[in-house]
Design a protein around this ligand. Structure first.
Ligand code: NDP
Length: 451
């Protein structure tokens, strides 16, 4: 329970934030999730943070750039999209965070993602600040040439704001290996420099092994830390996953390796429920179909068995662990109630902010442990950090070496959450992740004085 003084301070702080960022719901939500712990447990205990207005300053991005991207479609007509880069906070290292291409993005979404990224990057223990960006360009239905022309046009503008010691973008929804290659190719052409300004590159030209798999693998390494090893680790656990992109498919891959049962995958058209569970062969089929050919999940059931539920999400099934790996706010309060009722014990947030605030409350009240995205999915940016290190040192680490470092980083993140997340004899990972991520950034901001 929060004391009255902290409650009133939190309410006043949120009122100001909402007034200054009117209508930016996702940004309000992300800040509230962190502030509800930071204000009572940190600001209240250390007045110097309050005196220096650290939380107020941390909830104002360093800068946000919005720009036009003009490109030519295959039929010769000109198209205009909007590009964004929110350079959120560089107190502990250069700006770092992915680019998202999705029809529905807004400045609010990039600000929430930038805020999350700042605390997440801090949690990894690596020297990286936070950023996020992308465009309302919808890659669906576009030809390969159109995607290339769009990426080149976006980078022509973005290049003036980024650099290996300034801001290092990577992928996110709609931006995978193909898009990163087009973006990097154009960056290299414009600047005449071969430097690690983008991560998620192919290992053929400076990318790190395991980067593609890192977010999903990291989620599973985190789940391993949380579940009780005495009870057999993840083997045989019934896992429900959403998404069928980079994060979901590599989460599934690692879960299968550890003999967990992967029951579902989803995309924007619906979800598949495979009662027998996925196996490596089925997963390879989905990977080829989704990641390489960018198709839908609709024909999975026909090919491999199971059932496809059009337009639905997989949260009504009995399960042990849930990995939401598609997008923000995909688990709402009613879904959370169904998960509690159906025996779910653990939610590992693979996507960024996949649970609404009401859903988190219902899950926690129902005894479900929730590991928030800034801790659970930090493996991706952590290996991006390792990619940068390899680029700077001009060497490559083996698959085993990168994987071992990723495991260590996830173990350290888990320890930081435990250290700061003590709660009635248990661990509140949301509290732990937010406080641990905040303290490091706040101390750096404090040390710089009024900047
Ligand atoms: P991808 O584009 O590879 O895959 C996204 C998946 O989610 C697709 O299956 C897509 O369906 C589905 N999806 C996207 N939007 C919606 C929606 N509004 N409703 C239903 N389904 C949707 O993205 P990633 O796997 O890279 O990213 C997934 C999540 O993980 C995001 O929240 C991202 O921010 C987060 N994340 C990603 C990291 C990374 O390294 N890639 C790192 C850390 C976090 P469809 O195929 O039909 O479009």
């Amino acid at each position: 329970m929060m004391d009255a003084a902290s409650r009133s301070r939190l309410e006043k702080f949120m009122e100001g934030l909402k007034r200054r960022n009117s209508g930016e719901m996702e940004f309000h939500q992300a800040v509230y999730e962190a502030a509800q712990y930071i204000i009572p447990y940190v600001i209240h205990a250390r007045p110097e943070y309050g005196d220096a207005q650290i939380l107020e300053r941390l909830t104002e991005p360093d800068r946000a750039v919005v720009f036009r991207v003009t490109w030519e479609s295959d039929d010769g007509s000109l198209r205009a999209n909007r590009g964004y880069r929110v350079q959120y906070n560089n107190a502990i290292g250069p700006y770092k965070g992915g680019l998202r291409f999705h029809r529905d993005v807004t400045l609010s979404i990039f600000k929430f993602l930038g805020f999350e990224q700042t605390l997440k990057n801090s949690l990894t223990g690596l020297p990286m600040g936070g950023a996020k960006g992308g465009s309302d360009f919808n890659p669906k239905g576009k030809s390969d040439h159109e995607v290339m022309r769009f990426c080149h046009a976006l980078m022509t503008e973005l290049a003036r704001y980024i650099g290996p010691y300034t801001d290092i973008p990577a992928g996110d929804i709609g931006v995978g290996a193909r898009e990163i290659a087009y973006l990097f190719g154009q960056y290299k052409r414009i600047t005449n420099q071969f430097v690690g300004t983008l991560t998620g590159k192919s290992p053929a030209f400076g990318g790190s092994l395991i980067r593609e798999e890192a977010t999903g693998y990291g989620c599973v390494y985190m789940a391993e830390r949380v579940v009780d090893h005495a009870q057999g680790g993840l083997e045989g656990r019934r896992c429900v996953l959403s998404g069928a992109g980079n994060v979901a498919l590599h989460t599934a891959e690692k879960l299968l390796e550890l003999r967990a049962k992967v029951m579902t995958l989803s995309d924007s058209t619906g979800f598949i429920h495979d009662t027998k569970g996925l196996d490596p062969e089925k997963l390879a089929g989905v990977k080829e179909h989704k990641l390489e050919r960018r198709g839908g999940l609709t024909d999975y059931a026909e090919k491999f068995g199971g059932r496809f539920y059009k337009g639905k999400r997989p949260w009504r099934l009995a399960c042990d662990i849930v990995f939401p790996c598609a997008t923000q706010n995909e688990i709402e309060a009613e879904d959370a109630a169904a998960l509690v009722k159906n025996g779910c014990k653990l939610v590992i947030e693979g996507a960024n902010m996949p649970c609404t605030l009401d859903a988190i409350e219902a899950l926690r009240k129902g005894g479900v442990t929730v590991v928030p995205s800034k801790a659970a999915n930090a493996g991706g940016v952590a290996v991006s950090g390792l990619e940068l290190t390899q680029n700077t040192m001009r060497l490559y680490w083996s698959r085993e070496e990168v994987d071992a470092r990723l495991k260590d980083i996830m173990k350290d993140i888990h320890e930081r959450c435990v250290q700061y997340g003590e709660d009635k004899g248990g661990v509140n990972y949301i509290k732990g992740a937010n406080i641990a991520g905040f303290v490091k950034v706040a101390d750096a901001m404090l040390a710089y004085g009024a900047v």
